[in-house]
Design a protein around this ligand. Structure first.
Ligand code: KMH
Ligand code: ZN
Length: 310
C-alpha cells in the first residue's frame, strides 16, 4: 500500500463541543476560516464545517454566517468543503438542510438514523462556564433524540440530489448500515456511496477495533465491497487510535476539534492543524500519503469547486 492516497478530513468546530471545554475551539467566522486554511495546508483535503454564533459560540444554522465562512475558506484554499446537515441540538430539519440547498456544496454529511446523541455527562467535569447557555445546553442533551427518520432521510436525499451534493453517510451503529442498504435498495442513493463510520459517541458504538471492523464488514455484506468508500472517526481520546486502525484497514480518516480536543493525554490541541499534522505523521510511517483536494474529488467522484454556489 506504499504511497497510497488517503483522504484526511478536518472537522473544525462541530456542535457537540462547548466553548468552555477548550479555548482553542474556533467560534467566530474568522477563527473557523483561519483554522480551515491551516488544516488544509497541513494535509486535510476535506474541511467539515459547522458554524457558531460569534457572540457566544452557540451552534447556529444561520446561512449568512455559513456564507462568510465558505467564501473566506474558498479565497484561501481549494479544499473540499463538506457541510454539516447534522447541525446542532434544537435545530429543525429544514434549518439543517438549508446549507445544502443554499450553497450546493460538493459533499455534505447525512446522519443515517435517529439516536440519543448526548454529552450531558461532560458537564460534571466543567468548573468555569464561559457562556450561560452552555451548561443548560449540555444538560438538556440527556433528553435529546437526534431525529433522522426514514422520511427525513428521503427528503434530505432528494435535496442532495437536486443540489448535486454527494452525501457523506454518517453511521454510528450497526442498524444504520441496514438503513443505508434499505435506502440504496429503494434507489434513493446511487453507488458508490461514501460512509463515515463514527465510534465513541454516547448513543453509538464504542471506540474499539471490533466496532470498526464489524461496521466495515457489515457494509461489505449489505452493500458489496465495491459499492462504497469509507472513512472513520473516533470521538474523544480514541481519535488517533481509531484513525490508525482505519489506515491499516485501507480507509480514510477524519480528525479535528469537532471530535476531539486533545493532542495527547492532558494536552489540549491548540489547533485543528496540529491534529492533521499528527495523523499525517502516522500515515507517513505506514507508507501512506495525504490526498490533495483534487485527488479526494477524484476518489469520491465529486462535481468540483466550480459547481458550488458560494
Ligand atoms: N459530530 C460527529 C460525530 C454532522 O455534522 O452531520 C458527526 C458529524 C455529524 O459530523
Ligand atoms: Zn459535524
Amino acid at each position: 500500500m506504499s504511497g497510497q492516497k488517503v483522504i484526511v478530513t478536518a472537522a473544525l468546530t462541530g456542535s457537540a463541543h462547548f466553548p468552555s471545554m477548550s479555548p482553542y475551539l474556533p467560534l467566530t467566522p474568522d477563527q473557523i476560516i483561519e483554522e480551515g486554511i491551516r488544516a488544509a495546508d497541513a494535509g486535510a483535503a476535506i474541511l467539515h464545517i459547522h458554524v457558531r454564533n460569534p457572540e457566544n459560540g452557540m451552534p447556529t444554522p444561520d446561512v449568512e454566517i455559513f456564507r462568510e465562512v465558505l467564501t473566506g475558506i474558498k479565497a484561501g484554499s481549494d479544499a473540499v468543503i463538506c457541510l454539516s446537515t447534522g447541525g446542532g441540538m434544537g435545530m429543525s430539519t429544514e434549518q439543517r438542510a438549508s446549507p445544502v440547498t443554499t450553497f450546493r456544496p460538493e459533499i455534505a454529511s447525512l446522519n443515517f438514523g435517529s439516536m440519543n446523541f448526548s454529552v450531558f455527562h461532560v458537564a460534571e467535569k466543567i468548573r468555569d462556564w464561559k457562556y450561560p447557555w452552555e451548561k443548560l445546553g449540555m444538560l438538556a442533551s440527556e433528553d435529546y433524540i437526534f431525529p433522522n427518520t426514514y422520511k427525513t432521510l428521503r427528503e434530505f436525499l432528494s435535496l442532495f440530489a437536486a443540489s448535486d451534493t454527494k452525501p457523506e453517510v454518517e453511521i454510528y451503529d450497526l442498524g444504520m448500515v441496514n438503513n443505508l442498504a434499505f435506502m440504496m435498495g429503494r434507489g434513493h442513493l446511487k453507488p458508490p456511496v461514501h460512509i463515515q463510520f463514527v465510534t465513541g459517541t454516547l448513543g453509538g458504538v464504542p471506540s474499539t477495533v471490533n466496532s470498526l471492523v464489524t461496521l466495515v464488514n457489515a457494509a461489505k455484506d449489505a452493500l458489496g465491497a465495491g459499492n462504497f468508500t469509507w472513512s472513520a472517526i473516533g470521538a474523544g481520546r480514541f481519535q488517533m487510535p481509531i484513525c490508525s486502525v482505519a489506515l491499516a484497514m485501507g480507509g480514510h480518516v477524519r480528525v479535528g476539534l469537532e471530535d476531539n480536543l486533545y493532542l495527547s493525554k492532558g494536552v489540549l490541541a491548540k489547533s485543528n492543524a496540529e491534529l492533521v499534522e499528527k495523523i499525517v505523521r502516522i500515515m507517513r510511517e505506514l507508507g501512506l500519503e495525504p490526498a490533495s483536494p483534487d485527488e479526494a474529488r477524484a476518489i469520491l467522484g465529486l462535481k468540483g469547486l466550480g459547481k458550488v454556489s458560494y
